[in-house]
Ligand binder design. Structure first.
Ligand SMILES: Cc1cc2nc3c(=O)[nH]c(=O)nc-3n(C[C@H](O)[C@H](O)[C@H](O)COP(=O)(O)OP(=O)(O)OC[C@H]3O[C@@H](n4cnc5c(N)ncnc54)[C@H](O)[C@@H]3O)c2cc1C
Length: 467
């Protein structure tokens, strides 16, 4: 646990000047809301910033950057606060927090949306689904759109429509000097390339413009469950079946204990399972045909893959990942689910000890691959799967053991790693970040960093140092 180490002296005159016009909220140690505001999603991370600048708009962001620039304090940027390794907060520094910036404007005719940085995935879905549209994003609705997009963005619609970054048309950004810039294919294209995968290394994105895609509102989606001891058999059939399913279907395989959800009969709660969860982004009838083989190859003990509102499917995992539990993960991209990979997964999964742990294996491919590997900073478009070995406990009790399980499982898969999705990195050091982008892209990103943030002002992130 962190602790308040030293009392940080802020320049009171500069702070008063900032306060005069600031539309949002400035929160300091000792303020009544400080403890609530400083919390982030991962309960295992407990940091004590000197100041939280909760911005209400672009002018607040510019003012906060300029204020922070006048101090020597570290600066963290926060939108949804869902960074697993806690890269949206810091001890004794300044958090520039965009979570109050909630504007969403959908243009149903042009099929575009302008979205401010504080919007969460479920908030965006709510606005876009009113028009039968969606931005492909992640699988938990309380995740921040900003951090997710800036790393790439994988989720239920990705095989049909691509990653979240693949929908981006333009962004507004505040630089380390407090300058306002735009980026798109036609304006600052180098920056536009970099922010599509290399996170917040270059500045603070205040607004995104996305292309929208038709989805639902009803989709065929949900989990199909088998006992966990059948994992190897299920995974082998699954591997062969997904080899030629259409891009409308995205699946995720999850190993876990059945959560106590109202939709699940109580006699199954707590049972260790392997679940294949699908979402068919097309007609329900077509989806039924495509999904039938996996439902039939071996009778599942529970089949909840049925016509469902897309919005409901999107929130299916929400209660499995609440704010405040303790989380750790190790992740890797995998080319394919070979027999060896399957055997490792089937052996390691039952060794999880926490009843709260649930780890997903995402099926990639489809539209993700149709964009060139060098077209965006996001790396790993050729990967077949991303495995995210999540270790979850409610508190510190049992956390170390579960974390060890995750690390050891990940190490066992080492010979099969082909890369790693940058949003699924913990604090793993510069070599791992270089690996995530590959040496060539990493050098290109460094050059971009020298251009936009030569002092590495934005360094609390999956950092690409300028030199
Ligand atoms: C429960 C859960 C489920 C997830 N599911 C998925 C998933 O399905 N698909 C997927 O792709 N990822 C998923 N992720 C990973 C997720 O993409 C990252 O954790 C992401 O960073 C979260 O974004 P945020 O805005 O909530 O993060 P924050 O913690 O606020 O920020 C994360 C990082 O992004 C930077 N950043 C945030 N906002 C800005 C901004 N406006 N400008 C510049 N930099 C900024 C921060 O400085 C920090 O380095 C999940 C994470 C969690 C916790």
């Amino acid at each position: 646990m962190g602790a308040i180490a030293t009392e940080i002296k802020l320049d009171e005159a500069a702070l008063s000047a900032l306060r005069v016009a600031f539309r949002g909220e400035l929160v300091r140690r000792g303020d009544p809301t400080y403890d609530e505001r400083r919390k982030i999603w991962n309960g295992s991370i407990d940091r004590y910033p000197a100041l939280l600048a909760r911005c209400a708009g672009v002018a607040d962001v510019i003012a906060a950057v300029k204020f922070a620039r006048g101090t020597d304090l570290p600066v963290a940027v926060r939108s949804g606060g869902h960074s697993f390794p806690g890269l949206s907060t810091c001890d004794d520094g300044i958090v520039i927090d965009l979570s109050l910036m909630k504007g969403v404007r959908v243009d149903p005719k042009a099929r575009t949306a302008r979205v401010q940085a504080g919007v969460l995935l479920g908030e965006l879905d709510r606005e876009t689904q009113a028009f039968g549209l969606a931005v492909p994003a992640g699988i938990v609705t309380h995740t921040g759109l900003a951090g997710l997009t800036l790393g790439g963005g994988i989720g239920w619609l990705m095989r049909k429509y691509g990653l979240t970054v693949d929908q981006l048309l333009a962004v507004d950004m505040v630089t380390a000097d407090g300058e306002f810039v735009k980026a798109s294919e036609s304006e600052n294209p180098d920056l536009f390339w970099g922010i599509r995968g290399a996170g917040g290394n270059f500045g603070i994105i205040t607004e995104f413009e996305f292309r929208l895609n038709p989805v639902g509102p009803i989709v065929l989606a949900g989990p199909i469950f088998w006992p966990m001891e059948e994992s190897a058999k299920v995974l082998r059939f699954y591997r062969d079946w997904i080899a030629d399913v259409p891009d409308e279907l995205t699946t995720i395989v999850v190993h876990r204990r059945v959560p106590p959800l109202p939709a699940i009969p109580v006699e199954f709660h707590g049972k260790p399972v392997v679940a294949v969860i699908g979402c068919y982004a097309g007609s329900v009838e077509e989806g039924e045909k495509v999904i039938r083989p996996i439902k039939q190859f071996r009778a599942p003990f529970l089949d909840l893959c049925v016509p469902t509102p897309f919005l409901a499917h999107q929130s299916m995992f929400d209660s499995s990942f609440p704010q405040g539990w303790w989380y750790y993960f190790r992740s890797a991209d995998l080319a394919e689910l070979t027999d060896d990979v399957i055997d490792i997964i089937a052996t390691r999964a039952p060794q999880m000890t926490s009843r709260l742990t649930a780890f997903p294996i995402f099926q990639l491919g489809g539209a993700i691959r149709r964009i060139g590997e060098d077209d965006t900073a996001f790396t790993g478009r050729r990967a077949g799967h991303t495995i995210n070995i999540n270790a979850t406990t409610a508190s510190a009790a049992g956390f170390d053991e579960e974390r060890e399980w995750s690390r050891s499982f990940w190490t066992a898969l080492g010979p099969y790693h082909t890369g790693v999705y940058v949003n699924f990195l913990m604090n793993e050091g510069e070599d791992r970040i270089r690996q995530a982008y590959g040496a060539h892209k990493y050098d290109r990103l460094k050059a971009l960093k020298r251009k936009y943030d030569p002092d590495n002002f934005f360094r609390i992130n999956q950092n690409i140092p300028p030199n």
